[in-house]
Design a protein around this ligand. Structure first.
Ligand code: MN
Length: 249
């Protein structure tokens, strides 16, 4: 326990310093989500609710259940809590693309002071989502992590990478393993949709951002998804049309 040493060094009958109770509230469950975000590059945004915002890391390759596989996680700006349930389309500007709610649930800090852990660059926590469970850690790197430059591209994270590179690592437990979770469970936990189906919605949810547009190439993958979405819409129209005569019978 982090406060054991603090307590050991003090006799609370002789000092006015507070005893420093570790309340259960500090380790209470909070909302977490992972949004699979197809912007100029595909990445996974891990968001942990804390102090009324969503702490956010962009994970280019997505989380790995294998403790040996450390995944680069770029610390990006806090997001509003209401964004955490969002799935749909960001039409233009910063982060423009398609957002899928890939996982959600609760997270519980394995430390008593999240802010101290963040400052230290070592945040241990437990996830209880649909896809991600068990114990994890986010560890801040010295800043010049080899994969950082390439990894950041297209995540929508502005500015320099220095000081923002962390690693997301699964701890060994009942929920770790070699299963590639991003391959195994690629779809939305909200709608069971894939990107093309989210985009093909007749009126997809739209998240407006007023941030300036950021450069970045729209990949072939994006073009392919737009094409597939158009086909889905077209197919739906055909199905709807062919259903009509049947109703007349
Ligand atoms: Mn993103």
């Amino acid at each position: 326990m982090p406060l054991d040493e603090y307590r050991r060094k003090r006799d609370f009958k002789k000092t006015p310093e507070p005893e420093g109770r570790v309340t259960g509230a500090k380790r209470r469950e909070r909302f977490f989500c992972v949004q699979k975000h197809l912007a100029s590059h595909l990445h996974y945004d891990l968001r942990l609710e804390h102090n009324g915002v969503l702490l956010s890391w962009a994970v280019p390759k997505g989380p790995s259940l294998d403790p040996k596989t450390k995944r680069l996680a770029m610390h990006v700006e806090d997001h509003p809590v209401e964004y955490g349930e969002f799935e749909g389309v960001i039409p233009k500007g910063y982060g423009a693309g398609i957002v899928m709610l890939w996982d959600r649930g609760t997270w519980t800090p394995e430390v008593d002071d999240v802010d101290v852990a963040l400052k230290k660059g070592d945040l241990k926590f437990t996830l209880n989502g649909y896809k991600l469970k068990g114990s994890w850690v986010l560890v801040k790197t010295s800043g010049h992590y080899a994969g950082a430059r390439g990894g950041l591209r297209g995540t929508g994270a502005p500015g320099s990478n220095v000081g923002r590179t962390w690693l997301l690592i699964k701890h060994r437990d009942d929920w770790s393993g070699e299963l590639d979770i991003t391959e195994f469970a690629p779809r939305s936990v909200k709608s069971d949709s894939d990107f093309d189906e989210i985009l093909a919605e007749d009126s997809p949810a739209i998240w407006q951002t007023n941030r300036p547009a950021k450069g970045g190439d729209t990949g072939a993958m994006f073009a392919e998804i737009i094409e597939r979405a158009a086909k889905l819409k077209a197919a739906r129209r055909t199905t709807q049309n062919s259903r009509k005569p049947r109703r007349k019978k």
